[in-house]
Design a protein around this ligand. Structure first.
Ligand SMILES: NC(=O)c1ccc[n+]([C@@H]2O[C@H](COP(=O)([O-])OP(=O)(O)OC[C@H]3O[C@@H](n4cnc5c(N)ncnc54)[C@H](OP(=O)(O)O)[C@@H]3O)[C@@H](O)[C@H]2O)c1
Length: 272
């Protein structure tokens, strides 16, 4: 049984990268609100597990193995969604490479590494948005939620592919929003700060990074629910007048400008 208020009852949502982390939490929160969920990512075991947990909550779920870098796979995933779920109302472009892109001198970055970072974090969202937009136009409504990053708004040292792609995703959001605003299609962007997703991996991990949150104004790292609840709001009718929005969800990190850039040393500002 879905346990929420039914705010997404009857809606069908695609969440890319929904087998782990923020995408998984968003899938489960939206399922609790009654939405049927399609989970699209590469690791079959992880997306099948999220689908099972959605079905345990109540709504229908479909796990479709998809590499968002591959437009053919994305087109097939959307076609299968429409055929098997009977519709589509919301797209969450969440797939991304957070880690695993080694930071190295600019001159050592290969073409392959550049394209991997840009194609996963930016082009994937283009592929998915292009694949759903005609359907949204035909039905006269739709919502797209892009998951960018605070690093799309700051130049973190050595963060070439990720930071550049996320900055692109932020402006892609605005361009989609203004282009389709007259068509009752809302497009918004969430820029998470540092969110601890270590417990929402197929093998939960621990990370030393998440031990010291003193650089975050609220004094703690984010939890996946912090992002999931905002995504839920942006998927709901309560946000129908919001489009082209960029929502930092980071415990005040951008407001304070104090997130680590990998450059400035930590300097004590106050005596304890
Ligand atoms: N956690 C944070 O602190 C934080 C901060 C800022 C922004 N974000 C953004 O939030 C989003 C979710 O990240 P997360 O923290 O939840 O990390 P995560 O658990 O690693 O989630 C990323 C997801 O993206 C999927 N993915 C990666 N490449 C893909 C591809 N080519 N095709 C399809 N799916 C792909 C992965 O699944 P497969 O590997 O199975 O494909 C994985 O499930 C990302 O866009 C990330 O940049 C996170």
């Amino acid at each position: 049984m879905a346990t929420g208020n039914g705010t997404l009852q009857g809606k069908v949502v695609i969440i890319t990268g929904g087998g782990t982390g923020l995408g998984k939490m968003t899938a489960l929160l939206m399922a609790k609100e009654g939405a049927d969920i399609v989970i699209a990512a590469r690791r079959v075991g992880a997306i099948e597990q999220t689908a099972k947990e959605v079905r345990d909550i109540g709504p229908r779920a479909l796990a479709i193995p998809t590499d968002v870098k591959d437009s053919q796979q994305v087109n097939s995933m959307v076609e299968r969604t429409l055929a098997e779920m009977g519709g589509l109302d919301i797209l969450v472009n969440n797939a991304g490479i957070v880690r695993g892109q080694e930071r190295k001198p600019l001159w050592e970055i290969t073409d392959e590494e550049w394209h991997l970072g840009i194609n996963t974090n930016l082009t994937g969202a283009f592929h998915c948005s292009r694949a759903v937009i005609k359907h949204f136009l035909d039905q006269g409504h739709g919502k797209i939620i892009n998951i960018a990053s605070g690093n799309g708004m700051r130049g973190q040292r050595g963060d070439f592919m990720y930071g550049t792609a996320k900055a692109g995703l932020i402006n892609f959001t605005r361009i989609l929003a203004t282009t389709f605003a007259p068509n009752n299609i809302q497009v918004n962007c969430i820029a998470p700060g540092f969110i601890d997703v270590t417990q929402l991996q197929p093998e939960p991990v621990s990370s030393a990074f998440f031990r010291n949150a003193q650089f975050i104004p609220v004094g703690r790292f984010g939890v996946p629910e912090d992002i999931g609840h905002l995504a839920l709001f942006l998927a709901s009718e309560a946000s129908d007048y919001i489009t082209g929005g960029l929502f930092a969800n980071d415990g005040g990190g951008l407001a304070g400008g104090v997130s680590p850039t990998g450059y400035a040393p930590v300097i004590a500002m106050e005596e304890d």
